[in-house]
Design a protein around this ligand. Sequence first.
Ligand code: SF4
Length: 208
Amino acid sequence: MVTMQVARKKSHCKVLGPGLRSVIWFHGCCRKCPGCIADTMNETAVYETICPEKLADWVSENKNIEGITLSGGEPLMQPLDELAKFLTLVKRQSDLSVLCYTGYTLEELQEDKEMKNVLLLIDVLIDGEYRQELDKGQRWRGSGNQRFHFLTPRYRNKAGEWYAANERQIEIELDMNGKLQISGVPSRDFINKLTAELQRREINVDFS
Ligand code: SF4
């Protein structure tokens, strides 16, 4: 049986979408965007396989969140029936918003009938592959080619504000295993400098 592969979860995050959000980083992406900050996550063999019910249960345990953010990796390379089931369960048991990152363009996704069922469950899609030369510090977006698609009315009145926002925030935390984890959309340049410094101090780091 094919199940979803999750590289990392974070119950409360303030830097990947509006409000406080639970974030799921799915494992794997077939693209090789130069400068991708998730490259270590995409290549690592360490991930959790999880069914829609268990993942929805985890979301339901996370209090005071405004929504969930699907990141990766490439969320839309996961088994689409499982992803649709997971999002259906989340929507059924809450009014949480769903924000999803993808390296595909919306136009590419709309060619796939099964994908359309998943898109119906997403409030905001941030689409397009990462292009390092267009990385100008846009909030929540890795590069300027990536677009917000307001697939439901939920945040449609925020479009102007979201496109104009030009500050990036990241969250850095040390997990119980002594591993440093970064959440957000830091630039590749920032990551390179930080990695060099941390390696000098012999500290492991996961970027997402
Ligand atoms: S689509 Fe996203 S995760 Fe995949 S390689 Fe490009 S930047 Fe990385």
